[in-house]
Write a protein that binds this ligand. Sequence first.
Ligand SMILES: Cc1ncc(COP(=O)(O)O)c(C=O)c1O
Length: 427
Amino acid sequence: MTTPLRNGRGAIAVINDWRRQSPPVRPWGTVNYAYPLGECERVSVIPPVDLTEQFQTIQADVNAAVAEVLASGQYINGPIVETFAQAFGDYVGTEHCIVCNSGTDALYLALRALNIGAGDEVITSPFTFIATAEAISAVGATPVFVDIDLDTFNLDVAKLEAAVGDRTRAIMPVHLFGRPVDLGPVMDLAARYDLAVIEDCAQATGAEWMGQQVGRIGHVGCFSFFPTKNLGGCGDGGAMTTNDPDLAATARMLGEHGSRVRYHHEAIGINSRLDSIQAAILAIKLRHLDTWNQRRSEVAERYHSLLAPVTEVVRPQDVTFGRSVWNQYTLRLPQATAAGQERNQVQQAMREAGVIPMVYYPVPLHLQPVYRHLGYQPGDLPKAEMAAHQVLSLPMFPELGADRQMQVVQTLKTALAQVGLKAAQYC
Ligand SMILES: Cc1ncc(COP(=O)(O)O)c(C=O)c1O
């Protein structure tokens, strides 16, 4: 719980004071937020995600596994990398799993392995992290953005068909915030137009669509092991899952400098491997993933009930066709105006009270400067634009617990009152 400050200043001022101190300098977001603060006694801040609490529960296993890798001298492509790849493929339920350096690389390698490049179009969501579209652009293809459904923040599957053209080669649905896209209509459309489906599962490891893990329904699934993901390493990492042996072999070749046989190169590839240390850590964490995802669901359930009386916000709705794994718990403030000003004020007021909510994502991809050349205008994808100025993600991690959630919700209520946002008129 937040301890009142003796000098009456806001928690953020205190954090900033603390940041200016050195040593040690530690980035916020990965720390416990309970520090000796000189004249201010102590303040405890609720971060968007706290990786240290989870680490403490597996510390002994991780230390032993890392020590083993270090002692082995096999830091790249050691046996643990193959063991983890096999275990992760088994978890997702695909025959092949190619591990690599990041989720971004997984998307890039999937597109390259599908031979998608210059002149091709890939349909995707404008409301996602840049990496999704960036991978499409990196292979020389063009992202085509389709608007989202405001209830799930995922692609509006009913709008996909209108975006299919002569150059369309693939659809890249993103299971955003840990909630699965309704893949049935996506797969039907892809079959009708002979398109590949590349699932961006970066935020949804363990999520299910109709009882099946995401990442095994489309032609390829792409996962991120970025530390804050549901299965996160202690550094970068990623994986591609598929049942297509040719696709798997090509992706593996491309991620190894275009080589199947050492020092024989058949394509310009990249260097994208998962370090042995990361594989060893991820192999341990994979064993806990279902438990941690279950705890995330409990955290989400608790937020749902705590927020039921808070009529100024629209709570995220769970999907009926699958299982969400709540990488984020993202609200909407429907009364926030187009510039997102009130939402930003609510965020700032919460930060000053010691709770750190995040905005994923303040600018939809079709309006990013980097995609200006595609010619999209404000208003073209209204739901994505509305989401960008209304969303607010509350702290979410498996260890959060009821006390801190009550504090988050109380802080949110106070911030809403302070900013003067009224009850939602619609959902
Ligand atoms: C939806 C989405 N796709 C792709 C990525 C890229 O993953 P990575 O950071 O491992 O490259 C991310 C990472 O945040 C993501 O959220």
